[in-house]
Design a binder for this molecule. Structure first.
Ligand code: UDP
Length: 329
C-alpha cells in the first residue's frame, strides 16, 4: 500500500489516479483544507483507495494512519501550502505546515519502519536563475519562504538518509498544466492564481490579467516550462519504482526543457476556446523571474522518464476540465 499525503490536491490526485491505474492499493491522507472530497469520490471509482482526513501538524493524525495500516511500503508526500505571495506575507504558516508537518510525517515513518519517500519539491528551491535551462547542479537559493520551506525539507531528508537510512526522491516541478484526459479530475483551487486556468476562466467581468510585458524575453512576457500533469504523475510512479529497486536518495527536475511565453500560452488558449479572451495588460507581479526552464536530462536518464504531452494537449484537457468544474462549484 502506498500512502499519499495531499492526494485530494492537484498533482496529488493525478498521481493517485496513475497509481490506481497501475493496480496499486492507495491510502490518501488529506486535511481537505485545500483539496476536495469530490476528487476523492471520483478516484474511489478507479480502484482500491482508502481516505483518511487528517492534518500533518497533528502527529497523532499521521501516526494513526501507520498504526492502522501496517502494510504501507512507501509514501508520496504532496501535502503543502504552495502560494509564493502568501508565503512572503505569512512565513509562519509555511514553515509550520510545510516543514513541521513534514517532520511529523518523517518521524512517523521512522517509528513504523517505512523508509522510502517521494517528495513534491519545486523549481522555487533554485531562486533567481543564474543560467538556463536549470539543471540539478544549479545553486539552490530560494527567494521566498515557500521555496525555502521545500529546500529545508530536502536538507532534512538528506540528513535522515545519512542517520536513519531514509531514502528519498525529490521531484522539482516546473509549471504544472492540464488535467485528466477524461476530465474526471483536474486543477481545482478555490482561489486560482495559475496562468492557464486564469486565462480559461476569464470573462468580460473578470478579465485575464497579464502580469508584465517588459521582460527581457522573446515577446516581453515571462517564459515558463509547462509540464503536463499526467506526465508529472507518471514521474512519481517511476520514482517509486526507482526506490523499490534500491535506488539511492536523489532529486530530479521535472519539465520539458522548452519554454513558452505568457503571450504564447494566451494565444494557444484562445485557439482552444475558439473565442476572444478578455485581457488586461498589467504591471509585473512581484518575484516573477523572466525565464524558468528545466534541464530534464537527469530524470530522462536515471528514471527513464519521457514527458509526451505538449502544451496544446495540456490546454485542451484543462479546458475540458474547466467545463466540468463549472458545473460543480
Ligand atoms: N501570470 C499572469 N496572469 C495570471 C497568472 C499568471 O500573467 O493571472 C503569469 C505570471 O506572472 C508568470 C506566469 O504567468 O509569469 C506563470 O505564473 P503561474 O502563477 O501560473 O506559475 P509560477 O511561474 O508563478 O509558478
Amino acid at each position: 500500500m502506498i500512502l499519499v499525503t495531499g492526494g485530494a490536491g492537484y498533482v496529488g490526485s493525478h498521481t493517485v489516479m496513475a497509481l490506481l491505474e497501475c493496480g496499486k492499493e492507495v491510502i490518501v491522507f488529506d486535511s481537505l483544507e485545500l483539496g476536495h472530497m469530490e476528487i476523492i469520490d471520483a478516484l474511489k471509482k478507479l480502484g482500491n483507495l482508502k481516505f483518511v482526513k487528517g492534518n500533518l501538524k497533528t502527529l497523532d493524525d499521521i501516526r494513526g494512519v501507520f498504526l492502522s495500516n501496517k502494510n504501507i511500503e512507501a509514501v508520496i508526500h504532496f501535502a503543502a501550502y504552495s502560494r509564493v505571495e502568501e508565503s512572503v506575507k505569512n512565513p509562519q504558516k509555511y514553515y509550520y505546515n510545510n516543514v513541521y508537518g513534514t517532520l511529523n510525517l518523517l518521524n512517523a515513518m521512522l517509528e513504523f519502519g517505512v523508509n522510502k519517500i517521494v517528495f513534491s519539491s519545486t523549481a522555487a528551491t533554485y531562486g533567481e536563475p543564474v543560467y538556463t535551462p536549470i539543471d540539478e547542479k544549479h545553486p539552490q537559493q530560494p527567494i521566498n519562504p515557500y521555496g525555502m520551506s521545500k529546500l529545508m525539507v530536502e536538507k532534512i531528508m538528506d540528513d535522515y538518509d545519512k542517520a536513519y537510512g531514509l531514502k528519498s526522491v525529490r521531484l522539482r516541478y516546473f509549471n504544472v498544466a492540464g488535467a485528466d484526459s477524461s476530465a474526471r479530475i483536474g486543477e481545482w483551487h478555490d482561489e486560482e492564481t495559475h496562468l492557464i486556468p486564469n486565462i480559461l476562466k476569464a470573462t468580460s467581468d473578470k478579465t485575464f490579467k497579464m502580469f508584465g510585458t517588459d521582460y527581457n524575453t522573446v515577446d516581453g512576457t515571462c517564459v515558463r516550462d509547462y509540464i503536463n500533469v499526467e506526465d508529472l504523475a507518471n514521474a512519481h510512479i517511476k520514482a517509486l519504482d526507482y526506490l523499490n529497486k534500491g535506488g539511492e536518495t536523489n532529486y530530479f527536475n521535472l519539465g520539458t526543457k522548452s519554454g513558452n511565453s505568457v503571450k504564447e500560452v494566451f494565444a494557444a488558449c484562445e485557439k482552444v476556446k475558439g473565442a476572444h479572451i478578455p485581457l488586461d495588460v498589467c504591471a509585473r507581479r512581484a518575484g516573477d523571474p523572466a525565464i524558468l526552464v528545466a534541464d530534464n536530462s537527469r530524470a530522462k536518464e536515471v528514471l527513464n522518464w519521457n514527458p509526451k504531452n505538449d502544451l496544446n494537449y495540456s490546454i485542451n484537457t484543462a479546458y475540458e476540465w474547466e467545463k466540468v468544474l463549472e458545473t460543480m462549484v
